[in-house]
Structure formats: C-alpha cells, structure tokens
Ligand binder design. Structure first.
Ligand code: AMP
Length: 222
C-alpha cells in the first residue's frame, strides 16, 4: 500500500513527481488543483467562486476541498494507494484528513517534503506550461523540460496553456500562503515520523531518484 502526500512550495514539481510515481507504481495521481480547475471549466456557479479564489492566490475553503477529495478517494482505483498532489495544504486539512484515515482504518505512508529555494521557484513559475488535456507539465525556460513541438504536449499533442495563477503577483501571494499555512505541516508530519526531505532544486530526474529509492527500499526516517 502506498498512500503518498507532498509538502512543497509552488513550482517544486509535485505535479511532475506525482505523475512519474503514478506511472511507475500504477497508482492514481489525484491533484486537488486539477479537480478545482475541472470544476471551473464546467462553468458552474461553484466553479466561478473557486476561480476567484485561485486567481487571487488564496486557498479554497477546507470543507469544499475535503468534500471533493472524499468523492474522488471512493473510486476503486485508490484501493492499492494513491498520490495526493496539493492536499493537505493547512494544519486543519491535515487534522481532518487524519480523522478520515482513522475512520477508514487507513494511513499515510510517505510524506515527501520537496525542498526548493524561493528564487528557483520563482524562475520555474515564469516558464511553466501545462497540457490542457493530460495535465503534463513543461517549462520553456529550461532545455530539458521544453516541449518537442512548441505549444503542444509531447505525450498527447494537447494544447499547452499557461495557468492563470502562474503570474508573478499571484506567485508572491501563493508563496506567502505556503509559508504561513503549509510550512507548519513539516513539523506536523515530522512528529508522525513520516516526513522525507527531498532536494528538489537539481532536476526532476534527481528528485525522482531520491523518491523511488525511498519507495523501493521502504526506508523509514528515525
Ligand atoms: P495547485 O495546482 O496544487 O498548485 O493548486 C492551485 C490552486 O488551487 C491553489 O493555489 C489553491 O488556490 C487551490 N488549491 C489546491 N489544493 C488546495 C487545497 N488542498 N486547499 C485549498 N486550496 C487548494
């Protein structure tokens, strides 16, 4: 069983790593950000409210996130584990999630803390492009992460788009929200002896190597 979560600043690569882990271990990649963006794309009233929060760099309220997540976790594909990309984001979400896990006699197995200096995160945001079809992530600022054909996804040929929240202003707000709301999760999961620190500043391949060496060897922090 592999239930995996991330604690990571914006642009640390949690989406990319989730996708790579998902392919290697055949467990679903569940991104709360993508669930929210799908709701926005459906043009619902709820989607409109969500869009306003995301565009300001704010977090969406905990009750809504938990409701959407619980619905997704009930799918059969989660039976052998799952990767949560973007949840929990606050101590309150972590506490609520722990209660849910306890009730379902389940647990978190690995918390990967992706470490990345703010300056690097900033650079990555400016060039980030996401596939509108399969959510694969590219960055035109770095040769190694450029799409082969400009504007199109290497995997599914979907159209690459810039996320509305990938602007400098929104980035600054999101980083502040991360520092205030999400960073306290590091201590929370350290105390549960579930946190693994991963250097995420070199390359996605190097980050992935560190992650799979932990997952394959079942390392435990002491
Ligand atoms: P992400 O794709 O994970 O970077 O998320 C994009 C945006 O969606 C975030 O900046 C938040 O506004 C919102 N969001 C995603 N996950 C959560 C969450 N667990 N709690 C609250 N808001 C979230």
């Amino acid at each position: 069983m592999k239930n995996i979560i991330f604690v990571a600043p914006p642009a640390a690569g949690k989406g990319t790593q989730s996708q790579m882990i998902s392919e290697r271990y055949n467990i679903p990649h569940i991104s709360t950000g993508s669930i929210l963006r799908n709701e926005i794309a459906s043009n619902s009233e709820l989607g409109y409210k969500i869009q306003q929060e995301i565009e300001l760099g704010n977090l969406v309220n905990d009750t809504l996130i938990i409701e959407l997540l619980l619905k997704r976790l009930q799918n059969n594909d989660c039976i052998n584990g799952y990767i949560l990309d973007g949840f929990p984001r606050t101590i309150n979400q972590a506490i609520l999630y722990d209660k849910i896990l306890e009730e379902s006699e389940s647990q978190i197995d690995y918390v990967f803390y992706l470490k990345l200096p703010m300056e690097e995160a900033f650079k990555r945001i400016v060039g980030r492009l996401t596939c509108s079809s399969c959510q694969a992530v590219y960055n035109y600022m770095y040769d190694s992460t450029k799409p082969k054909v400009e504007g199109h996804c290497d995997k599914c040929n979907g159209l690459l788009v810039k996320r509305d929240d990938d602007t400098i202003e929104v980035f600054e707000k999101r980083f502040q929200v991360y520092s205030n709301e999400t960073v306290p999760l590091i201590d929370y999961y350290k105390k549960q002896n579930k946190l693994y620190e991963i250097d995420s500043s070199i390359s996605k391949e190097y980050t992935f190597e560190q992650i799979i060496s932990i997952l394959d060897n079942g390392d435990k922090n002491d």
